[in-house]
Design a protein around this ligand. Structure first.
Ligand code: PSU
Ligand code: MN
Length: 311
């Protein structure tokens, strides 16, 4: 698999070296840069998140599709290119990978696209903000993020802050169960965090409190030969957690607007993220940045623990 795909895969030398030495590596996605945050906060955040990973002893590997190849580990100019809006950037999930690469357009990978790339490169831990999920109203639209099926088929652990309340969280948990994907609440009393808030009112099937516990589970899943991934859901740091009704109202407004404007398909999530940022006058963006960094820290600790185990 890796040899077959190697001409399409460009792993940055520092990432390749870390992997060859059995050192911890954390994959990072790029849709959050190109479609999840406005410029210039997006590129600043991308750099800061990489720095958080490095500070915690792991090597960051941001993934994107550049000039017909999957890049794992990006240069500074590539981050800027993905962020500044000067050039069209395709949002690339599994179904878009071959089209984006063969047409040599610039592509930002979603959670599903990034998982594929990470697995090809041999990276097992991946940090992001939130995963996609089952959209509200999916019983009629069938809008279920490809992130969920990817988690069912690709052995990469995604460290996130749960899924946003723009989604249908109970159905998202059901779908992940069907896909055989364990969802681990990281601390939080076992409650599934809901992105801007630590509270969803839903219990995750599993609760773990330390990086070592998660790393042992990742290791055991691999030993079992399970070809599926897992979700580690980390609550947003308390000082950024939203408790008020402002974010809920913004989410409801954004959802109504999306319906009226008939926003659908791959445009749906970026539209909702942008409107929630606008409606909260940037407050949601501040929270988003804080939780991504926190997830990068936890992912680095898990990757470090895992690397100590396999060597
Ligand atoms: N949720 C967020 N921020 C994001 C995304 C989701 O809070 O940036 C992005 C991720 O890249 C995720 C993608 O994989 O949106 C899911 O899109 P869709 O719902 O179209 O599958
Ligand atoms: Mn969708």
């Amino acid at each position: 698999m890796r040899a077959f795909a190697s001409s399409l895969l460009r792993v940055a030398p520092r990432v390749r070296e870390a992997l060859a030495n059995g050192e911890p590596v954390v994959a990072l996605e790029s849709t959050i840069i190109s479609h999840g945050m406005p410029y210039p906060q997006n590129v600043r955040t991308a750099r800061e998140v990489e720095a958080v990973v490095a500070e915690h002893g792991a090597t960051p590997a941001t993934v994107a599709l550049v000039d017909g190849r999957i890049h794992v580990g990006l240069a500074g100019e590539e981050l800027e290119r993905l962020a500044d809006g000067a050039e069209a950037v395709a949002k690339a999930s599994r179904r878009d990978m071959a089209a984006v690469l063969s047409r040599r357009v610039l592509g930002a990978t979603t959670v599903s696209g990034t998982m594929i790339a990470a697995h090809m490169a041999g990276i097992r831990i991946f940090a992001t903000g939130g995963i996609g999920g089952v959209h509200r109203g999916a019983e009629t639209t069938l809008d279920v993020s490809a992130d969920l099926t990817e988690l069912g088929r690709t052995p990469v652990t995604v460290v996130c802050a749960g899924a946003k309340a723009i989604l249908d969280l109970p159905r998202t948990l059901e779908y992940l169960e069907t896909q055989g994907v364990p969802v681990v609440a990281y601390g939080n009393g076992g409650e599934l965090p809901a992105f801007y808030t630590a509270r969803s009112g839903l219990m995750a099937p599993w609760c773990m409190d330390t990086p070592e516990q998660v790393a042992r589970m990742v290791r055991t899943s691999a030993d079992l030969g399970l070809q599926s991934g897992m979700v580690v859901a980390v609550p947003i740091p308390a000082e950024h957690a939203q408790t008020g009704a402002e974010f809920e109202r913004a989410i409801d407004t954004a959802l109504r607007e999306a319906e009226v404007q008939r926003v659908a398909g791959k445009e749906c999530t970026p539209f909702l993220l942008r409107r929630v940022t606008e409606l909260t006058r940037g407050a949601s963006l501040v929270a988003n940045i804080a939780l991504v960094k926190n997830n990068a820290r936890v992912a680095s600790q898990i990757a470090t623990s895992l690397a100590a185990m396999v060597s």
